[in-house]
Design a protein around this ligand. Structure first.
Ligand code: NAG
Ligand code: NAG
Ligand code: NAG
Ligand code: NAG
Length: 230
């Protein structure tokens, strides 16, 4: 009878330790962990210390990191964007094919980057209207790599390096501009490929993406809108 009483008292004393999760913490010897399970569910063990699984994680310019309850983390993007871990950025995915094209409203941005898988008649227009009615636009990569300016007049004809575009793998590009110059380069190789004058005070507010045959685009941080041009 006395023995049972003592056992009950001992259990009653240990119970709060179990309930408070102290059991898990007691596995930390000198506050040092040896595996993730030594830490709380929203922490992970790194160099014998429990840290947030988001520590040192970059989710790019358009996402943020959240801890999961299994010692891992996820990059969370704004709606309609998803995190592509090989790019390390929140992107949208669209497929252009005549007569469907996409318009990207870029607001006040002066920088865009995207990945393109496709090499046939790729057109990238920079315009100040969504309907492409204004002739004052810049026309970037096409199959023969022309650059067009005002009133459809071709102002620069330039060759891009061979294999700049590919039909079976994504190639990354960036565009950056101010009031007078458009710069264009490859993402994997930070070199500037070309720089073009922006004429007649064109205010770039939209980018139009179109191709003759299927092409896939991953657009960083922006959501293109699909339109039928027929
Ligand atoms: C951890 O949780 C996340 C989010 O619930 C889940 O996507 C992931 O697959 C889990 N990982 C493991 C290893 O269980
Ligand atoms: C992520 O991006 C890479 C290009 O760097 C592409 O090959 C891959 O298919 C993309 N993944 C998804 C799920 O879209
Ligand atoms: C676009 O540019 C043209 C020519 O510079 C100008 O007349 C027009 O007002 C601009 N449109 C918008 C919406 O800014
Ligand atoms: C980057 O691209 C440019 C132009 O295509 C080329 O001349 C240069 O060698 C490339 N650099 C690297 C590191 O690949």
């Amino acid at each position: 009878m006395k023995a049972i009483f003592i056992i009950l008292i001992v259990m009653a004393c240990l119970l709060p330790i179990f309930l408070s999760g102290g059991y898990g913490i007691s596995r930390l010897v000198n506050n040092r962990c040896t595996s993730d399970t030594d830490c709380g569910r929203s922490k992970k063990c790194s160099e014998n210390t429990c840290i947030s699984p988001c520590d040192g994680v970059s989710c790019g310019n358009y996402g943020h990191c959240e801890a999961n309850n299994n010692h891992t983390s996820s990059c969370i993007c704004e709606s309609e964007l998803y995190f592509n871990s090989s790019i390390g950025e929140c992107v949208s995915h669209v497929i252009t094919k005549y007569p469907f094209m996409y318009i990207i409203f870029i607001n006040n941005k002066r920088y865009v980057q995207f990945y393109l898988k496709g090499d046939q008649d790729v057109n990238i227009y920079f315009t100040n209207d969504s309907l492409q009615t204004n002739e004052n636009m810049l026309f970037m990569i096409s199959v023969d790599t022309k650059i067009e300016g005002t009133n459809g007049e071709i102002i620069i004809i330039d060759e891009l390096p061979p294999n700049t575009l590919s039909d079976n793998e994504y190639r990354g590009f960036w565009f950056s501009w101010d009031d007078s110059t458009m710069k264009f380069g490859k993402i994997d190789n930070h070199t500037l490929l070309h720089s073009y004058p922006i004429k007649n005070g064109l205010k770039i507010r939209y980018i139009h993406l179109s191709t003759k045959t299927d092409a896939e685009w991953l657009v960083e941080g922006l959501i293109p809108e699909k339109i039928n041009i027929k």
